[in-house]
Design a protein around this ligand. Structure first.
Ligand SMILES: Cc1cc2nc3c(=O)[nH]c(=O)nc-3n(C[C@H](O)[C@H](O)[C@H](O)COP(=O)(O)OP(=O)(O)OC[C@H]3O[C@@H](n4cnc5c(N)ncnc54)[C@H](O)[C@@H]3O)c2cc1C
Length: 893
């Protein structure tokens, strides 16, 4: 261990240290420990009179953690882990506070903490490359690095009700509960607020008070904690291999080692779903219920509604008075979009004769008077009012240090006027050497904070060590990196349902606060790997400077892929598959069949019918997907992907089912013949012949007679495009629209996307070469029946062309769309940012592809002369759009 460099105090009383840490909670304590070990001088400042942070301030009855305590603990020192034993599954506040005190003593941390010291403002001195912190006690600290470990939930929200100071009784705030015993026995008590703190406190207050009146504005979902000793199975799992248990937590989505369930709700029967739900209800674990039931509950509105309904049913079962039960039942947000609470007897408390629920949606508080609370309908006479009104979360404590003045005199509150802007939730452009632990833009409150805090502390301290070794003295995020992170945050937000609820996650609980999802919703494990990538990419997005003009800046955006695409590609990379072209044609087909067998088949449709249709020299299999709605429906002829070599009429099954449901059309997926057995122009001629036959037999197939549409993906989109040209030139059939998804349109490989995306995005340049070689000899490649871009484009049916940013075929798709438009064809384009060749067809895996499919289905309906496909149930699928709560409520109903 290095000896820590000394902290010194100048003549003017300024304490000079390498690092000033604000906060002495979970984060501040671990920071101090790590900084000392790294040989950096450090001081921690805390407004409280002792360590503990959250657990110092929140002493209200019932305060406890809602992540199992064996997981909500430090993991940096195995000896510490062995030295402490938790007594409960969810420990109470006093026990957690004792634990943090134990940690402070064990590592002798208190000697570097200045208690009762609130930092009031902070100023960056560019010339000295130091921060100067001013405090309420008059003490000042000069530091090279300023680390805010000020907590996400440490700034209580002031009550928004007039007259609090007129009240003559006792007033308490759950987040600032007195250290002395609060006697509630025999008193008339009101609790305002039914978030996590209120839900924990209400049952215990009800047991003591003569009467308890609960004032509720918005009900929350709560599940029972089923508290007791730490569950034996989890403890055994931890003890059996501590290191691997902790490693799994670090790589998980929420910071607790539960592998995410991959089953989706519609694959389960009602009975299976209920059984899973009852198991989760009995398990009493938020992370369990959020990860183990069905994979779509966190990302899909319908999958979530199934779960939310089951919880609502429980509330109705427990609460005897139906009116009270209805008032306690949330309808304004998906389950989990607002932090669900973990309770002990919460709902049952409303069956007590001494408890009254006041629904503020029906009777808002008019005023607080000397003797109680007045609503439109009643006056409650009270001795005590408890405010459980929550926190100005994530940014409150940071902004309370005001001003924080960065480079060029910029104030953080100005930079954050429209919401927090950060790089990785750790740093802010324009504020050198300032770090935030679990800041906005990091997983923070969407995770087990103990895991997230350790990851942040380790990352920051490791960077300070690396800078010292490399001779750098300042570090600052670039604007480009920060803007890229905002984009990635927005992309992650479209993936989850958090954007559909007005909550403290989005800033909606604080009047006037800028709104947007503040914690990083992409998961703890992915986030950790991104932070590590920043380092391995030579500190991507940071400018580092040092003495004598030393400077390093590798500017750029750390994540350009959509978050789920990134996961899929990482997963594929981890599988270390040999290139598909090594298998040979039959081997590659077998591989694809095995790959497809392992994926969900797709959502239910009205009817699935297999058949064959005749073509010259043989017959082709087809599979028809019919919507569940009454027909007859318009017909679309679909051609699968697979480079004219692989795939069949069922290989794009999930995509066909999904598009059939969304568009309300019959999809007929055709198994056209493949190379190398059937080389050019077989696929093209099969496509045309199949379309002609299907159009002629539309009525027999249960479809609407008249024009058909064609669609395809990849080489299938090539077949669809060619079919449109052939149908125009050969006198029919009439085609009313073409949907081309990542189409092959031309035989040259010199467009930039062929180089930019040559490898690493599943469809590689060399795989495309192989497909071309198997299907078509060089002499034939300029024929419009394989390179439709070289054909005549006038008079083609209206087109919708979708291309993906990270696809070798991107530029030829765009070129075809532009060329058709130039030839007078009505063309719509979707350029899917951050997506790869498979994104739009990987239904239920690449969730961010949903908005693209919604747009495609809408285009198809326009081609067929049908009204838009938007339905109220689609509300959760709308791309990157915050939806008004009333829409969700009505959709839920
Ligand atoms: C009731 C409750 C239950 C919770 N349960 C869980 C749980 O089960 N699992 C979980 O993961 N998370 C939980 N949390 C979140 C909890 O906040 C974190 O887990 C964790 O304790 C945060 O630690 P921290 O050190 O980052 O911040 P905090 O513990 O909030 O500490 C921040 C400290 O900074 C000090 N400070 C702030 N501003 C200044 C300033 N300007 N000057 C001086 N000092 C300042 C504060 O006084 C405070 O002591 C819970 C939160 C609450 C309120």
């Amino acid at each position: 261990m290095l000896a820590a460099s000394a902290s010194e105090t100048t003549k003017s009383g300024v304490q000079r240290v390498d690092v000033a840490v604000v906060g002495a909670g979970f984060a501040g304590l671990y920071l101090l420990h790590r900084l000392r070990k790294a040989g950096l001088s450090a001081v921690a400042l805390d407004a409280a009179s002792d360590v503990g942070g959250t657990w110092y301030w929140n002493r209200y009855p019932g305060a406890r953690c809602d992540i199992q305590t064996i997981d909500y603990s430090y993991t940096f020192d195995p000896e510490l882990e062995s030295a402490w034993k938790w007594s409960e599954k969810y420990a109470t506040q006093p026990e957690i506070l004792r634990y943090l005190g134990f940690v402070a003593d064990r590592y002798d941390l208190r000697r570097d903490i200045r208690f009762g010291t609130k930092v009031t403002n902070a100023t960056w001195d560019g010339a000295a490359e130091r921060w100067l912190l001013t405090t309420n006690s008059g003490a000042t600290v000069s530091c090279r690095y300023y680390i805010m470990a000020t907590g996400c939930l440490s700034s209580p929200k002031p009550p928004e009700i007039d007259g609090v100071s007129d009240f003559k009784g006792e007033v308490y705030f759950t987040g600032r509960w007195p250290h002395e015993e609060v006697k509630l026995a025999g008193k008339r008590v009101a609790v305002i607020g039914t978030g996590s703190s209120g839900i924990q406190a209400i049952p215990l207050i009800a047991e003591q008070a003569a009467h308890l009146t609960v004032f509720q504005r918005t009900p929350s979902f709560a599940i029972p904690a089923q508290n007791g000793p730490p569950p034996a199975d989890r403890v055994a799992l931890l003890k059996s291999d501590r290191a691997s248990y902790r490693a799994q937590a670090r790589d998980s989505l929420a910071g607790v080692p539960w592998p995410q369930s991959t089953v989706v709700s519609w694959q389960l029967s009602d009975a299976e779903r209920r059984e899973r739900f009852e198991t989760a209800w009995a398990a009493g674990d938020l992370v369990y219920i959020l990860t183990q039931l069905w994979a779509d509950q966190g990302v899909d509105f319908e999958g979530n509604a199934v779960l939310a309904d089951l919880v609502r049913e429980k509330i109705r079962e427990i609460v005897k008075n139906p009116e009270t039960a209805a008032a306690l039942t949330p309808h304004d947000h998906p389950f989990g979009a607002k932090r669900p609470c973990l309770d002990t007897n919460y709902y049952a408390t409303y069956n007590r004769p001494n408890v009254t629920l006041v629904n503020l949606r029906q009777e808002p508080i008019k005023s607080i008077t000397a003797s109680g609370i007045k609503t439109d309908k009643r006056t409650a006479d009270l001795d005590v009012i408890v405010f459980a009104t929550g926190f100005d979360a994530m940014t409150g404590a940071i902004m309370a240090v005001h001003p924080i003045t960065g480079r060029g005199g910029k104030s953080l509150s100005d930079v954050w006027t429209h919401g927090p802007q950060t790089y990785l939730g750790l740093t802010v452009a324009g504020f050198p050497n300032l770090f935030m632990i679990t800041g906005p833009g990091s997983p923070s409150v969407l995770s087990n904070m103990a895991v997230s805090i350790e990851q942040h502390v380790d990352w920051v301290v490791d960077r300070l060590i690396a800078m010292r070794e490399a001779g750098f003295t300042t570090i600052e995020a670039t604007e480009m990196a920060q803007a890229g992170w905002a984009q990635h945050m927005a992309d992650c937000s479209t993936l989850t349902l958090h954007r559909l609820a007005n909550t403290w996650y989005t800033g909606a609980n604080v009047p006037g606060k800028a709104q947007g999802v503040m914690p990083y919703p992409g998961g703890v494990g992915p986030y950790r790997s991104i932070c590590n990538e920043v380092v391995s990419h030579n500190m991507l997005g940071f400018r580092l400077t040092g003495p004598n003009g030393a400077e390093q800046c590798n500017d750029g955006q750390i994540v350009r892929l959509q978050p789920d695409v990134r996961l899929v590609l990482n997963m594929l990379a981890d599988m270390k598959l040999p290139p598909l072209e090594c298998f040979g044609a039959q081997g590659a087909r077998d591989f694809l069949a095995a790959f497809n067998a392992a994926r969900p088949a797709g959502r239910p449709v009205g009817d699935v019918v297999d058949g064959t249709l005749p073509v010259t020299g043989g017959s082709l299999p087809y599979r028809l997907y019919r919507p569940a709605t009454p027909g007859p429906h318009p017909i679309l002829v679909y051609f699968h992907g697979g480079g004219w070599v692989l795939g069949d009429q069922v290989s794009d099954e999930p995509f066909c089912r999904d598009m059939c449901r969304r568009s309300g059309m019959i999809f007929v997926s055709v198994g056209y013949r493949h190379a190398p057995e059937h080389r050019f122009p077989t696929a093209a001629e099969d496509g045309y012949a199949a379309t002609r036959w299907i159009a002629e037999h539309a009525a027999d197939l249960g479809g609407k007679p008249g024009p058909v549409m064609v669609a395809g993906w990849s080489a299938g989109a090539n077949v669809a495009a060619v079919t449109c040209q052939l149908a125009r030139d050969r006198g029919g059939p009439q085609i009313s629209g073409q949907l081309l998804v990542c189409p092959v349109t031309d035989c040259t490989f010199d467009r930039p996307s062929y180089n930019d995306n040559a490898t690493g995005y599943f469809l590689t340049r060399s795989l495309m070469f192989w497909f071309w070689d198997l299907y078509c000899s060089p002499a034939d490649r300029t024929d419009p029946r394989v390179s439709p871009l070289r054909g005549k484009l006038q008079g083609l049916p209206p087109a919708f062309v979708a291309t993906c940013e990270f696809d070798p075929l991107r530029d030829e798709g765009v070129a075809y769309a532009e060329a058709m438009a130039a030839a007078g064809v009505p063309v719509e384009q979707l350029k899917a940012r951050g997506h790869f060749h498979m994104s739009l067809t990987m239904v239920d895996v690449v969730i961010t592809g949903v908005s693209g499919r919604v747009q495609m289905a809408d285009a198809l309906r326009r081609f067929a002369g049908l009204p838009s496909a938007w339905r109220e149930g689609d509300v959760g699928f709308r791309p990157s759009q915050v939806v008004a709560p009333h829409e969700i409520a009505s959709a839920a109903e």
